[in-house]
Design a binder for this molecule. Structure first.
Ligand code: ADP
Ligand code: MG
Length: 324
């Protein structure tokens, strides 16, 4: 059966049936607007990310479930980067009438699986027929106490620059997908990233970080945002970049190029005062998440990339830019 036979309201009913209730939601899907219950003494953090067919995803590469999970994950990663608890989200979707209902069912199963895993509730959205490809837009809401929210602007000279997990995997996964590979670690890092929600919240609530961002456009590009907003520079030791074995096996002659400029790893890039290092290490050990200190914030507004031999590395480009 195709969406044309189900109709817009049939589809909305089908989505609504699978959404669980939440104490933070007074009114969810079905009214003209949702009514949400704020947590005491918290501010709302709100973020929106769009995924377009043939710009952000290719249906010949990914299954509908992982597309659903990723659509939410990229938004949860933005909330995590602010140190916020995920709460609710809205789903805007445009798709062709000829799309099979099975696609939508599997996409929604992925969205709602990720929602349940990270404690977010679908509270509404918008559904349109598209004449050219699928567009997905999720708006996610999170909460945190205002004094704990982590911004890009708090980095100070002397802070240590830290990364969760490994970088370069998602970009190497995209290269592999384009070469016809359809499975494995790198491919799954591209198609089904894990937002670092617990780490982001714990860094904020422990008062451990001075600035934070998620790595969506590449380490250099995203570090550039922290540098600009904090008015600082950075010195990175390339030997400290966390690279997976799979990435090392795939990256060719220059192990640093994709690790520095490849996007979509959705790891956390954050700065800490040196005195917090032990506490941050203990936190990441508890979370069973890899932690790497990759460099230091400097006062001069430049970025210096130091090679393992002590030389200076000149990167090809800074990060992903949609209009670049
Ligand atoms: P309106 O025309 O008043 O904007 P709609 O008919 O578009 O309302 O939507 C009806 C209800 O279904 C609303 O509560 C809306 O938030 C919800 N909704 C519409 N599309 C989606 C979707 N893709 N996912 C979740 N909820 C949706
Ligand atoms: Mg509407």
């Amino acid at each position: 059966m195709r969406l044309a036979e189900l109709g817009e309201f049939g589809l909305i009913d089908r989505i609504k049936k699978n959404v669980a209730a939440s104490p933070s939601v007074l009114l969810g899907i079905g009214d003209d607007a949702a009514a949400l219950v704020p947590a005491p003494e918290c501010v709302t953090l709100i973020t929106c990310d769009m995924l377009l067919e043939s710009v952000h995803f290719d249906l010949s590469f990914c299954d509908p479930e992982s597309l659903g999970r990723k659509s939410l994950s990229v938004n949860l990663s933005d909330l995590a980067a602010m140190g916020a608890h995920p709460r609710q989200f809205l789903l805007g979707i445009a798709l062709g009438k000829e799309v099979p209902i099975e696609f939508m069912d599997r996409f929604m199963a992925g969205v709602l699986e990720q929602a349940e895993r990270f404690g977010a509730t679908l509270v509404g959205g918008d559904t349109c027929a598209s004449k050219g490809g699928i567009a997905i837009s999720i708006t996610a809401l999170g909460e945190q106490r205002p004094e704990l929210v982590l911004k890009r602007s708090g980095a100070r000279p002397g802070d240590l620059i830290c990364l969760s997990g490994t970088v370069g995997d998602a970009a190497a996964g995209l290269v592999a997908l384009r070469q016809g590979v359809r499975e494995g670690f790198l491919v799954s890092r591209q198609l089904d990233p894990t937002p670092r929600v617990a780490a982001g919240v714990a860094l904020a609530e422990g008062g451990l970080a001075t600035a934070m961002i998620d790595v969506s456009d590449g380490v250099l590009g995203d570090l550039g945002h922290i540098r600009e907003m904090s008015g600082v520079g950075a010195r990175l030791e390339l030997a400290k970049l966390p690279l997976s074995d799979e990435y090392r096996a795939a990256c060719g002659d220059d192990p640093y190029a994709l690790a520095l400029s490849g996007g979509e790893d959705y790891e956390l890039l954050f700065c800490i005062a040196p005195g917090k290092r032990g506490e941050v290490e203990a936190l990441f050990a508890k979370l069973a998440l890899r932690l790497s200190v990759i460099g230091e914030i400097t006062a001069t507004p430049e970025v210096k990339l130091v090679t393992p031999g002590g030389g200076v590395y000149a990167p090809g480009h800074g990060g992903f830019d949609h209009f670049g």
